[in-house]
Write a protein that binds this ligand. Sequence first.
Ligand code: PMP
Length: 360
Amino acid sequence: RTMSSTTVPPSPALLQPLNVPYRLLLGPGPSNVPPRIQAAGAQQVIGHMHPEMFQIMDDIKKGIQYAFQTQNPLTIAVSGSGHCAMETALFNVVEKGDVVLIGVKGIWGERAADIAERIGAEVHLLTKPPGEAFTLKDVEKGLSEHKPSLFFITHGESSSGVVQPLDGFGELCHRYNCLLLVDSVASLGGAPIFMDKQGIDILYSGSQKVLNAPPGTAPISFSEAASKKMFSRKTKPPSLYVDMSWLANYWGCDGKPRTYHHTGPITNFFTLREGLAILAEKELRLPTVTTVSVPVGYEWKDIITYLMKNHSIEITGGLGPSAGKVFRIGLMGYNSTQANVDRVLDALRDALKHCPKSKI
Ligand code: PMP
């Protein structure tokens, strides 16, 4: 045997075709990836420093600013899962010896405390039984007792199914000279959150939950106050990979030409961009009146008349500039039920089968 001959044989299983079963993913993440996002992931890779890639990263930044409702220039996606964003927040903003207060009402507070301990921070826990949320009074007590420089809280506590109300928390923390760090991995896009209005200093999320992109990227944003603390620290952050001075440059946030830091997950950036684009499109939809494009080849009036005559359902056509282009379907209060959604969809299906369709 020569030195160059292999001694480890190829695995027979590996030589079989890739087999991924279809699963309906109704757990707390990942969620199923819609075809449009799958298609984005099937695109050919380009270089991580190509101008087109920087444009896509700029689009992502804009998408996150919209999703977070923030104007923070320091808004990026880290190359990793939700935990990576969690570490990015804590590794950059917290230094050894800093006092931090962690709201624990499930596993995510425990994880944040673990990370903060690894940095050598003085960690205090504010705990609530799983299933409950913190009140402003609870938090004020912790702030006045421990005088932390950072308070961590989870918005969507996926381990207990509780959403944490956030109004007033930013203002309260700032009164105590404390930064507010919020985990919205499980909630962003599904429960309202307003980073700037709610005074959140650091907010992060994940790609594989409501955004429906594959796991592997995580949006994060820092307020001016958080940036100030982060960029005036005495020591380097313990991780080079998530050092925000480097990442700010990679994401074009520091006004300097971008230089190589690491090779970003290019394909995941494509998919994250599409997830954010879909969210931006969805959020413009009025929940009480759903507009549906009139299918090509049909007369809008035929369908409306068919629904009324055969299903006793009223829906209407467009109005003004949307006349002839859309149907308008109202789902208001008492009428806003799953059963009515199913009924109108069945009726529309029936109408498409029976109304005249022009050949085009
Ligand atoms: N925070 C919350 C609220 C989560 O639900 C999760 C994922 N279940 C995480 C953080 C960690 O995210 P990841 O698994 O992407 O690292």
